[in-house]
Design a protein around this ligand. Structure first.
Ligand SMILES: [Zn+2]
Length: 447
């Protein structure tokens, strides 16, 4: 009889531990949090015609149930930006801004195992939906973390703002770009922004402290037209192909650095050919015995903050589009690599920045680990904050998860989602209770 007693008490103990998770999320709270996440995922906010009104109404109702102040700004008509506030005890301290975008990218329904707006959960606990990684998860995790913190009686020292912004997926012009120019933004006195990152297939979370700047470039070539049978120098196609060969060599050299593990993807200049345009069209195709007088190529170039932008532009002017070969170039978009103070638009990611140390500490306290800080290979809204010299980190707590942002069958597992809530609980506690001076306060004092 006796020998069974320890087993029985163990059983009781196990029951207690599964009912209450370390964060204080009971299983019924976890279930409710997941179903609120599903509700948000089911709102069709896919570009090019997102239902922003529905998303804004949902966020506002969530804010009400948590007890947060909320206002909906329409800086551009039809593009609501929801701004929530949890006032701190010392509003004079620089505030924390938790940002997420409400729009998602389009999808091809027939390539998905479950409809992208079904938010279906499979037997292994994966939640399938467009936006499950990018980035409705993060927006809801902010709110769920605050909901839990409020329940425990925690109140922040700093003000916390939470923004749900439109149009990130189409450049953020009507979203964060307009927001940072607004009078209301200037009054928020933001010390640190948290925005999106990427999933990590490994056990460590990824943290981004800067991003590559898009330089969308068109190179145009001119040359003497001529008979398709004639061999001669200086045709438009030949001029352009010489450029393409030079660009390809540069691309290969940069890519080799990544393949060899010498540099991370975000630390090299990436160049991809996005279109080629040439030829003399006919109703059924192209004239085949004529060498055209014009040709052009479109390039998506991404420049890391560590690159020398002047040297790169010189290369473009002298090697890739020299006027001596009848070539010209034009930037369709050229985001500066530096901030408004002329410094590289990056957030310091070492122990000289207390925000960085606090963030790492908070993640550790919640049982997670941050990987080596990285440069985001593409663009996010965080660039608009960094351009103003405001520290911003890209962080989406998704470890052990394949990177499926913008891909078919985007999913996030229930467990990773819930773990992320605990991570943000810890982050909010750590960052909003800190009273020391931060790097932004020091640099503001210098100015
Ligand atoms: Zn995103």
């Amino acid at each position: 009889m006796n020998q069974f007693l320890p087993h029985l008490s163990l059983l009781i103990l196990v029951t207690v531990f599964t009912a209450v998770k370390p964060s204080g999320l009971t299983s019924s709270e976890a279930t409710a949090a997941v179903s609120r996440f599903q509700e948000y995922l089911r709102i069709d906010t896919a570009q090019p015609s997102p239902d922003y009104a529905k998303a804004a109404a949902f966020i506002t109702s969530q804010a009400e149930s948590i007890g947060l102040e909320s206002q909906t700004l329409e800086l551009v008509a039809g593009k609501p930006l929801v701004l929530l506030k949890w006032p701190g005890k010392q509003s004079s301290l620089p505030s924390l801004l938790l940002n997420s975008h409400t729009d998602v990218v389009p999808f091809e329904t027939d390539k998905w195992a479950h409809h992208p707006f079904s938010a279906a959960i499979d037997s292994s606990g994966r939640i399938y939906a467009r936006g499950s990684q990018d980035m409705k998860c993060v927006g809801m995790q902010y709110l769920e973390a605050i909901r839990l913190l409020k329940k425990t009686g925690f109140s922040p020292d700093r003000d916390i703002y939470i923004t749900f912004v439109p149009d990130e997926e189409i450049g953020g012009h009507a979203g964060v770009e307009a927001f940072v120019k607004s009078e209301i933004f200037k009054k928020l006195n933001i010390g640190l922004v948290l925005d999106e990152g990427l999933a990590s297939p490994g056990p460590e979370y990824r943290l981004f402290y800067g991003e590559r700047s898009p330089w969308w470039t068109v190179i145009r070539s001119k040359g003497a037209p001529g008979h398709g049978a004639k061999l001669y120098d200086g045709s438009a196609m030949e001029n352009l192909l010489k450029s393409i060969e030079a660009i390809k060599r540069f691309r290969t050299a940069q890519f080799d650095l990544v393949k060899a593990g010498v540099k991370a993807e975000g630390d090299v200049v990436s160049i991809n050919f996005v279109y080629l345009k040439a030829g003399t069209p006919t109703p059924t195709g192209f004239v085949m015995n004529l060498q055209p007088s014009e040709a052009e190529v479109g390039l998506d170039i991404r420049v890391p903050p560590s690159a020398d932008p002047e040297a790169l532009e010189r290369r473009l002017a002298e090697e890739w589009a020299p006027s001596s070969r009848n070539l010209t170039y034009e930037f369709k978009q050229k985001v500066p690599v530096v901030d408004i103070y002329g410094k590289p638009a990056v957030t310091v990611a070492d122990s000289s920045n207390p925000w960085w140390s606090l963030l790492g500490e908070a993640v550790k306290k919640a049982g997670g680990k941050l990987g080596k800080p990285e440069i985001f290979p593409a663009s996010t809204d965080a660039r608009y904050f960094r351009e103003l010299g405001i520290p911003a980190f890209g962080f989406s707590p998704m470890a052990n998860t394949p990177i499926l942002l913008h891909d078919h069958n985007e999913f996030l597992s229930k467990d990773e989602y819930l773990k992320g809530i605990e991570i943000y609980e810890s982050i909010i506690k750590e960052l909003t209770s800190y009273h020391g001076s931060t790097i932004d306060e020091e640099s503001k004092a210098e100015l």
